[in-house]
Design a protein. Structure first.
Length: 425
């Protein structure tokens, strides 16, 4: 793959400068000849794309930057396809956040019924992108960080033959931060979960597992765990691992619903303001580097996760990455063809999952199995437009489960998002 072509679908995202920075930082390792940026929003594409062109030029890369609103132009001959789309844009996210609150359900963009509707809108578009890739760049790797990442990966791996992996920035943050509570030694981490439902279950140095010692009663070590990711040491002990932040929604549903109902703005409305501030900044023709203000938008280590994964594929270095891919025996209580979020060695042929030593206790196992059933039903509903499977998905999801609330909220959200859900007509 000499002289790479990288396509970024959803390039009008204000996150895109993160990716451009990651590509620039690897200019000696990954020779990019063409960077094709695509978005259906011409205003955002031109603003963000122009900044990308200035960043590439300032860095001295001999790389052609193409801006287009056409999938086929950017995909044709691509080696890597980064996907970061939001079907319905931020206004759809705000609906995902607000409508569920009427039914005392969590309004959130990737979990609960809000994330469910984002999945219904997104999966068909991802399937279309995959079909185009099969025709125009059959050997390309898709690296997807479109949410819900795990559901998108399950759909694409089950129903297409493209090469792809799903990503999230949460694992790298957890893996880098968690060991610091215990030791300065180099450690091995067990990371177990689904996207936005994950746990660190082991932190090992040689024959010692600091985390398991703490969970099994070493009070000195347990004291070090207070308020990791906002969880108390008691909550961590009950869970049987260090939880991803999103586990808060499962442990404290009523509290989150109350806070969301009382908030003056949803997170989506806040992001609208942040996005416009960033776009105004990006419009400055003298700007040619990623601005520090982008950190307010979230997505810590975003470019590092995505671009280092592409590097491992391109250089075949076998690097360890946490990805959303088929389980293939890594987590013993999950099926081989369940998409999980787990560590894998990554090379030119993709991921080889690494078996976890500490897979987690019954709380983690039960939660993962229930949410995986929800994810599989969501994929089925999204592809087939099945209302029955949609309701089944909502009833099996621990964040919903109530029949009357599920039916009422589903019908209202289906009407609100009907423009983006033609499969349900």
């Amino acid at each position: 793959m000499k002289g790479l072509k990288i396509a970024i679908i959803g390039s009008g995202s204000t996150y895109t400068p993160e990716l451009i920075e990651g590509i620039i930082n690897r200019k000696e390792i990954m020779p990019v000849r063409e960077l094709s940026l695509m978005d259906i929003d011409s205003r955002k594409l031109n603003i963000v794309g122009s900044l990308a062109q200035r960043m590439i030029k300032h860095a001295g890369l001999d790389c052609n930057v193409v801006l287009s609103d056409c999938y086929d132009i950017v995909l044709d001959g691509a080696d890597f396809v980064f996907v970061q789309i939001r079907v319905g844009k931020l206004p759809a996210r705000v609906l995902d956040e607000k409508i569920p609150l009427k039914y005392n359900l969590i309004g959130q963009e990737t979990t609960g019924i809000g994330g469910f509707f984002k999945g219904l809108r997104t999966v068909p578009v991802m399937m279309d992108i995959a079909a185009r890739m099969k025709k125009l760049c059959p050997d390309a790797w898709m690296i997807n960080f479109t949410n819900p990442s795990g559901i998108c990966a399950q759909a694409l791996l089950d129903h297409t033959s493209i090469k792809m992996m799903g990503l999230c920035n949460a694992p790298i943050v957890m893996i880098e931060d968690a060991p610091k509570k215990f030791t300065d030694n180099t450690v091995t981490i067990d990371y177990v979960g689904l996207n936005h439902l994950s746990f660190v279950t082991g932190i090992r140095h040689e024959d010692r597992d600091y985390l398991q010692e703490a969970l099994r009663g070493n009070n000195e070590l347990l004291e070090k765990l207070d308020w990791i990711n906002g969880f108390s040491k008691e909550e961590i002990r009950i869970a049987g691992g260090l939880p991803n932040y999103y586990v808060h929604y499962f442990m404290h549903q009523r509290d989150h619903v109350k806070k969301m109902q009382e908030a003056e703005q949803t997170r989506g409305e806040e992001c609208m303001l942040i996005e416009e501030e960033l776009l105004a900044m990006y419009s400055d023709a003298s700007l040619y580097v990623k601005p520090e203000q982008l950190s307010k938008r979230g997505g810590a280590k975003y470019s590092e996760v995505a671009c280092s994964l592409a590097e491992s594929i391109y250089t075949n270095n076998g690097g360890v990455h946490v990805v959303n891919t088929y389980n293939n025996g890594a987590i013993p209580y999950m099926e081989d063809d369940d998409v999980v979020e787990v560590s894998a060695n990554v090379g030119i042929d993709g991921p080889t999952t690494i078996a976890v030593k500490e897979p987690g206790g019954l709380y983690i196992q039960g939660l993962m199995r229930a949410v995986k059933a929800y994810e599989r039903l969501t994929v089925k509903a999204a592809i087939e437009g099945s209302r029955d499977d949609a309701i089944r998905a909502l009833l099996v999801n621990p964040l919903i489960s109530d029949y009357e609330a599920a039916i009422g909220c589903f019908d209202e959200m289906l009407e609100a998002h009907k423009e983006f859900l033609p499969q349900f007509k």
